[in-house]
Design a protein around this ligand. Structure first.
Ligand SMILES: Nc1ncnc2c1ncn2[C@@H]1O[C@H](COP(=O)(O)OP(=O)(O)OP(=O)(O)O)[C@@H](O)[C@H]1O
Ligand SMILES: [Mg+2]
Length: 161
């Protein structure tokens, strides 16, 4: 049976940390679904349509990466998609506690689904969408930390040259 994995998140916006984890997942699993969570934040910087468009554009050369959206319980979505694995990225000890709770809760909700953690390349291990938005809006350089397309879009939104 092919192994189908779901990588859930808000991806507001997609960073090179996410891209690293998705690329690793695409090598490990038959298919990886980037599942963008609807309504994770009340006022996202990037609309749902933009987040989907960006992820599809970045992974257009990788046929086993799919981009989708979901609402509600993650395990219900994973089951509906007939997937067996949830992929999560681990940056630092700070991620561990929350991820540990979520993985065990998800296992309790559906014992058939396994959560798999992956670590990004060191140079991406400190990046988060929140930090990218904050640094960019204050005039800092984010080149190399996000896909070029995200950098361009950030310029358009935050109104910097
Ligand atoms: N740089 C990174 N390296 C590895 N994993 C990451 C990285 N950034 C995010 N992740 C993981 O990607 C998944 C989706 O996370 P999420 O959408 O919250 O991204 P985020 O960058 O943490 O955004 P935010 O700052 O809005 O929380 C989570 O498992 C998270 O731990
Ligand atoms: Mg996060």
């Amino acid at each position: 049976m092919p192994t189908l994995a779901v990588y859930p998140g808000s991806f507001d916006p997609l960073t090179n940390g996410h891209v690293d984890i998705i690329s690793r997942g695409a090598r490990l699993f038959d298919r990886i679904i980037v599942a963008i969570l609807v309504n994770a934040e009340k006022a996202p910087l990037f609309s749902m349509a933009e987040r989907v468009e960006i992820a599809r554009a970045v992974f257009k050369e990788l046929p086993n990466v799919e981009v989708d959206t979901f609402e509600g319980l993650l395990v219900d979505y994973v089951e509906r998609r007939n997937a067996q694995v949830i992929v999560r990225g681990l940056r630092a000890v700070s991620d561990f506690e929350f991820e540990f709770q979520m993985a065990l809760m998800n296992r309790r909700l559906n014992g058939q689904i396994e959560t798999v953690f992956m670590m990004p390349a060191e140079q991406y291990s400190y990046i988060s969408s929140r930090l990218i938005k904050e640094v960019f809006s204050l005039g800092g350089r984010v080149h190399g930390l996000v896909p070029d397309m995200v950098e361009e879009r950030l310029r358009g939104k935050v109104g910097r040259p």
